[in-house]
Design a protein around this ligand. Sequence first.
Ligand SMILES: *[C@@H]1O[C@H](CO)[C@@H](O)[C@H](O)[C@H]1NC(C)=O
Ligand SMILES: *[C@@H]1O[C@H](CO)[C@@H](O)[C@H](O)[C@H]1NC(C)=O
Ligand SMILES: *[C@@H]1O[C@H](CO)[C@@H](O)[C@H](O)[C@H]1NC(C)=O
Length: 217
Amino acid sequence: MKAFVSFLLSVVVWYGFLGNVNSMNVSIYYEALCYDSIQFIVRQLYPHYEQIADHIHLEFVPYGKAMFTQNDDGTFNFTCQHGAAECQANKYQSCVLAQNNGQRKDVQFVNCIMRQRNRHMFTTVETCARRNNLDVPSIRKCSEGLEGDRLLAANGDKTDNIFGQISFVPTIVFDGKYNDETQNQSLIDFVAVVCSKIEGDKPIICRNRPLPEKMVW
Ligand SMILES: *[C@@H]1O[C@H](CO)[C@@H](O)[C@H](O)[C@H]1NC(C)=O
Ligand SMILES: *[C@@H]1O[C@H](CO)[C@@H](O)[C@H](O)[C@H]1NC(C)=O
Ligand SMILES: *[C@@H]1O[C@H](CO)[C@@H](O)[C@H](O)[C@H]1NC(C)=O
């Protein structure tokens, strides 16, 4: 009986422990050629990513303020806020993200590519892909074919489903629910927002890290 009780207790403790590493979904709606998107990824997300990695479940949605139509033959036409180059760059990133390389590699790749000048060129994509040991031929195949178009259109549907028309890029959404204040705070101190949502033990990076005050953004 005693053994059974202690077994039960350890199950409860384990369950509590596993449940305690609570992870939140964070969706990043962004655009490849958008200055604010670059700033967010390079300055907010990437620098402290490792310290909060266990607490966030990321979803990158490159699309932003683009629009698309589907032709009768199944092909798509896209128009992007920053022109055709941006559509191409978003398509490359959609193809890489669809490979399911794991969150860490996705963060590394997106950070790498967003720092490059020629994000819309395959050679640039290739550089960042090789740096992360990604499958370059499959990225090429995806982005040259209908698959890349479909993936980009799917990101468009995701974006439009949540916002109708997205009003600011990037937009950061926690657990599928947009919040104006959280959005504003995320652009100033994303880590602080994540920290505020971690229940229980918080990583060291969260110490003395209050949410940003009402800001002028
Ligand atoms: C899509 O693009 C093609 C080629 O540029 C053009 O001929 C066609 O009219 C466009 N379709 C739509 C629905 O805009
Ligand atoms: C987080 O995302 C996963 C997978 O996309 C989903 O199953 C889950 O319901 C989401 N959780 C919340 C709280 O949004
Ligand atoms: C967020 O920022 C926008 C743009 O500056 C502003 O219009 C809005 O009032 C802010 N919302 C909150 C809740 O701070």
